[in-house]
Ligand binder design. Structure first.
Ligand code: AP5
Length: 216
């Protein structure tokens, strides 16, 4: 399985990609998680990315392509992967074509693309109620995916946090970046006939079933 998730911020890419990766035994590669790890570790990459992410803008294509090139070269990605958050621009999509196979970027490379459809109005509510575990990255929601004990990760026992880019100003900028820079990526894959669209509204289990059906 070589799958790319496309969707606006807060559409459920991380939630569904983690689950799908566990089910299919392939790594879940989230560029957002990788950047947040770099920030937590205080690396040069993290220092460069932190203010850009906090503002809701996209990190540069060159940096992101370098990160993905290195990550996909690791042995665990040889039998497949689920990409969450990459590619986010047409430049990144074109480069991915040359990284993953014969460069056609279509099913000949085994590449499939899933676009989660969630309207902007639903996004702001979802994101404002999101909390995540700073240790394992597990994603919760104060209404639809609550931990067993309030504000505590079920797995790690750590106190859940809100992401610094989940404030209203940054979310609007992230939505704008999605419409302007990432929707053309969906068109890029539609032209190659590898894009499937899935309705991302409804309970998490139901969305997961729709995803599985669209991939089978
Ligand atoms: P990234 O971490 O990728 O953020 P994003 O795309 O904005 O997506 P999110 O993580 O916010 O949401 P999601 O779709 O994963 O939703 P989730 O499952 O958490 O990127 C962050 C930043 O890093 C970017 O802004 C950029 O600066 C930089 N970056 C990363 N990659 C880059 C790249 N390739 N190029 C340039 N810059 C890059 O769900 C959201 C909430 O909703 C949760 O609380 C969840 O529990 C809940 N939820 C999920 N599904 C449902 C449902 N069906 N019903 C109700 N609630 C639900």
């Amino acid at each position: 399985m070589k799958l790319i998730f496309i969707g606006p911020p807060g559409s459920g890419k991380g939630t569904q990609a983690k689950r799908l990766a566990a089910q299919h035994g392939v790594p879940h590669i989230s560029t957002g998680d990788m950047l947040r790890e770099a920030i937590a570790d205080g690396t040069a990459l993290g220092q460069q990315a932190a203010p850009i992410m906090a503002s809701g803008a996209l990190v540069s294509d060159d940096l992101m392509i370098g990160i993905i090139n290195d990550r996909l070269a690791k042995p665990d990605a040889a039998r497949g992967f689920i990409l969450d958050g990459f590619p986010r621009t047409v430049v990144q999509a074109e480069k991915l074509d040359t990284i993953v196979g014969n460069g056609s970027g279509n099913e000949a490379d085994g590449l499939r693309v899933l676009q989660l459809l969630v309207p902007d109005e639903a996004i702001v509510k979802r994101i404002s109620l999101r909390r995540s575990c700073p240790v394992c990255g597990a994603i919760y929601h104060l209404e639809s995916a609550r931990p067993a004990v309030d504000s505590v990760c079920d797995r790690e026992g750590a106190e859940l946090i809100a992401r610094p880019d989940d404030n209203e100003t940054a979310v609007r900028k992230r939505l704008e970046a999605f419409h302007r820079q990432t929707l053309p990526v969906a068109t890029f894959y539609k032209t190659k006939q590898v894009l499937r669209e899935v309705d991302g509204i409804g309970p998490v289990d139901e969305v997961f079933e729709r995803i599985e059906r669209s991939l089978s």
